[in-house]
Design a protein around this ligand. Sequence first.
Ligand code: PLP
Length: 385
Amino acid sequence: MKPYDVYSIFDIEIVKASGITLWDKNGHAYLDLYGGHAVISIGHGHPDYIAAIGNQLEKIGFYSNSVKINLQDELAEKLGEMSGYPDYDIFLCNSGAEANENAFKLASFYNGRKKIIAFNNSFHGRTSLAVAATDNQGIAAPVNKTEHVCFLPLNDCELLEKTMDESVCAVIVEGIQGVAGVNIPSAPFLKQIENLCHKYGAIMILDEVQSGYGRSGKFFAHQWADVKPHLITVAKGMGNGFPVAGILICPQLPAKKEMLGTTFGGNYLACAAAISVLDVIKKEDLISNALRMGDYLTSSLQTVPGIKEIRGVGLMTGIEFDEPCSEIRKELLFRHSVFTGSSSNKNTIRILPSLTITKAGIDMFVTALKSSLVSKKNEILYNSK
Ligand code: PLP
């Protein structure tokens, strides 16, 4: 047997990691500016995190949701307090797609409706309705095609107002569009979604799978716009690499037995990992660091010639060029040993480092980027001779 060949991969074998550094099997070090799709929030191999998971494993790693798991209560209490949603409940699951899938179910159970509004260039996952609400026909199979989802342009308040009515079950929007290349929903647009959802009895779902957990310089990116969604989905940074996800659910949507469920969701190890992430974020004041380092990254990038646009808040940054950037990313990786992220906007590099990053890490990246852009310019000049 061999792994199913669905991923485009770099021929690099990473065997060790610490903080924002990765090492390959030959002992070569790389700077990690991507955190494996925005997953590494508190840094690779954080000692508190390793201890928390190790200690838990010695006690018990798994039992099903047929018994009381106290760690779920501890996680809920800490997350409620740190995120500013102490009166919400949490349903724990395993991935971002599963969180969004269950969010749609909750919305539809609540108001009995089917129509979902999503936005152009959105990404919500690869399962049934999550992929149907993702604006990428290439990754939806015929069985995922549904009449229930309607896509609108992001930040078009007028069109949203015209489209909303009593048939809408839910509106789903990313706190910051990530896969698309870092597009920010405006505060008035998020306010408009909130108002229209309240007016028509629809459910507002904030997908904070990528933008949440402090990355934006607030616990959730939507908190910059001062809105309060009914449902908030989380994953990625929540477990710093341990698969754990969840939906924060407002008090208006009461639980009924059996309405949702999962075998692995909320297991002891996942809770231990997620609690440790919150403890480290608090102890090391990482949300403030994300904001400070995000500002530093943006101002440093402003000194780099050849960039068309810099988008982002905190440590979720899109760097757009006038042309496709895959060669720049390869140059960064293979010549300067820096991992960065791609996006569906082929001209945009995504930067999603651990929230622990320092000025020194950012300086290394900016120096490498400047040098990559110079090499690329020289290559164009050379080829045109
Ligand atoms: N939602 C957003 C905003 C994402 O960026 C992603 C993954 O990139 C998902 C949902 C899906 O998460 P997962 O891959 O854990 O299913």
